[in-house]
Design a protein around this ligand. Structure first.
Ligand code: FAD
Length: 429
């Protein structure tokens, strides 16, 4: 007997209705449609850290609830499943299944996709503003940017608008993503994502350039990254909104700079698309063999916020308490981890991966390998945490997170950086 057709849309980091190529194609071509979210992508450990900590889990849970209710309005069901292979096999036994999914960058992401590729499938790459294009991925961001700025940003695709038959009679578990009440910095879901964009663009678009590097405070930067990372915000819709605001309120250095920063995101995603594994390796893209330290005691001093440098310890506290730190603070932590302590950047990246609410593999490992000198940074740069703290309003921040006045470190952190440079990076001083 001929099996009935069923389109199965696999959601991962494209948790939205708008501008979602996989969902749109599935609904155009089919009358029976089912959406699945595979919980296994949140599981596992990296260098001793959970891959997905409680802040991101909570953010994803909220995003899924919002997506579930949005899909429900179109009469489409969304289920969370624990074992995607088993679920697809069950569906395949009953239906003529075709899978629709958004391709993601990263080696684990690709391994996951292999499980989907055993069935009839269609995949779509929609994590970026620009169509993937060819560039030399080992070269600098400027090399990429010069080419990228000449290209048109892709247009977003239209919202889904038709009713689809509902399929409900499957034994699919959805209890795994437990409610978690730990503090968060932003609320999940596509509506909240779009509201955040409108709020920021209406109120702060013209001060971004001046405030973006400050160490603390919520509206000094856009905070679009959590939404972009889980895909509740499409980068193309974001770009369209940015252009719309520029049209209405006028373009400025700040509005351009938001686009410029989005190109960094674009850059790391397109690099990882070309080379899914290299940014995760100790030797990185550049094939360096630096003898980074992996001593657990040293690592723990950092992870427990016991470095003795107030601005660094405050940053670690903020990250572990809220799931968020600013870009400047991420740079300071990564630089101190690698260039002052000589530690293996992959442990630091795994620490961020667990805690950051906006973690995504391309931006995280791209930036960490950059700071560790095995990625795209061609010059040897060390951030001076004490100077940086003075320059970017660190004293108030230290007071907030360590509940004390900021003090000068009791040891020579500059000499420490010189020793690491000599012993790990083998540069002549
Ligand atoms: P804004 O300053 O408002 O920038 C706007 C957008 O541009 C961001 O939302 C982001 O999508 C993009 N962007 C800005 N800076 C960068 C950058 N350096 N690299 C890539 N994209 C950028 N970003 C993540 O989204 N996920 C990560 O896991 C992540 N890990 C990082 C690890 C380290 C060591 C460092 C130094 C940076 C990391 N970043 C990461 C990049 C950057 O810190 C965050 O994107 C940014 O702080 C998010 O805040 P925002 O949305 O307010 O950024």
């Amino acid at each position: 007997m001929k099996k009935e057709k069923l389109a199965v849309v696999i959601f991962r980091n494209n948790l939205r209705l708008r501008d979602n190529k996989a969902l749109l194609s599935a609904q155009k071509e089919n009358t029976n449609l089912l959406c699945l979210y595979p919980l296994e992508i949140l599981e596992g450990f990296e260098y001793g850290f959970e891959k997905c900590g409680s802040f991101r889990k909570e953010f994803i849970r909220e995003t899924l609830l919002s997506l579930h209710s949005d899909l429900d309005q179109h009469n489409i069901s969304l289920y969370c499943v624990e074992d995607i292979s088993q679920t697809l096999q069950k569906l395949h036994n009953q239906f003529d299944v075709e899978i629709y999914y958004a391709k993601e960058v990263g080696s684990q992401e690709e391994s996951f996709e292999k499980k989907l590729q055993c069935y009839k499938h269609q995949s779509f790459f929609d994590q970026t503003m620009l169509e993937p294009f060819s560039f030399e991925y080992k070269k600098s961001f400027s090399h990429f940017r010069k080419k990228a700025e000449k290209l048109d940003v892709l247009k977003s695709c239209k919202k889904i608008d038709i009713q689809i038959n509902n399929i409900r009679a499957f034994d699919i578990d959805n209890k795994k993503l437990k409610k978690n009440l730990r503090p968060r910095v932003c609320k999940g879901g596509e509506t909240n994502a779009l509201e955040r964009v409108d709020f920021y663009l209406q109120n702060h678009i013209h001060t971004y350039y001046e405030t973006r590097s400050l160490i603390s405070a919520k509206d000094h930067s856009t905070m679009f990254s959590p939404y972009l990372s889980v895909g509740s915000l499409s980068p193309r819709i974001l770009h369209e909104k940015l252009k719309q605001y520029e049209k209405e309120l006028g373009a400025s250095k700040s509005s351009y700079w938001i686009y410029f920063e989005l190109l960094w995101r674009e850059f790391f995603h397109q690099v990882m698309l070309q080379t899914p594994k290299e940014l995760f390796l100790k030797k990185g893209l550049q094939g360096k063999t630096y003898p980074f330290i992996t001593d657990q005691k040293q690592l723990n001093l950092f992870f427990d916020a016991n470095t003795g440098v107030d601005i660094i310890d405050a940053g670690i506290k903020q990250l572990k308490t809220t799931g968020w730190i600013s870009n400047r603070q991420r740079q300071l932590l990564a630089s101190y981890f690698v260039k002052n302590l000589g530690l293996d950047f992959r442990y630091g990246a795994a620490f961020f991966e667990k805690y950051l609410i906006d973690y995504n593999p391309a931006s995280n490992y791209g930036n960490w390998s950059y700071q560790a000198g095995v990625g795209h940074d061609k010059t040897y740069r060390v951030f001076d945490p004490v100077l940086q703290s003075k320059r970017y309003d660190g004293a108030k921040y230290v007071q907030k997170w360590l509940h004390k006045e900021e003090e000068h470190p009791k040891f020579d952190y500059k000499k420490m950086a010189q020793t690491v440079q000599k012993q790990i990076f083998q540069y002549s001083l």
